[in-house]
Design a protein around this ligand. Structure first.
Ligand SMILES: [Zn+2]
Length: 88
């Protein structure tokens, strides 16, 4: 391998979303994103991951990304039914 290749930053999944991160939510222990638009852009980096963006109910106006519950992925319930909230 050439020296040039050795210096290249590894493109790990973590490094892809961290540049979009705005802060940290200590209640959920998850990264915060400044808008739904930004969070959605991060989710688009992970096609077929089953992730989506949703509003953090503790830090108003900020968003998290996360995996959908398995029952939602299976089509048995909606996300709103699982969490009992309308803003997910
Ligand atoms: Zn949160």
């Amino acid at each position: 391998m050439s020296k040039n290749l050795d210096r290249r930053k590894p493109k790990t999944p973590a490094s892809r979303w961290k540049k979009h991160q705005t802060g940290w939510c200590y209640i959920h222990n998850k990264a915060l994103f400044a808008s739904r638009k930004v969070a959605r852009r991060v989710v688009r980096d992970y096609p077929n991951s089953g992730m989506r963006e949703y509003a953090c109910e503790h830090v108003a106006g900020f968003f998290h990304i996360g995996h959908l519950p398995q029952v939602v992925r299976d089509g048995l319930l909606t996300t709103r039914e699982v969490y009992g909230r309308d803003d997910v």
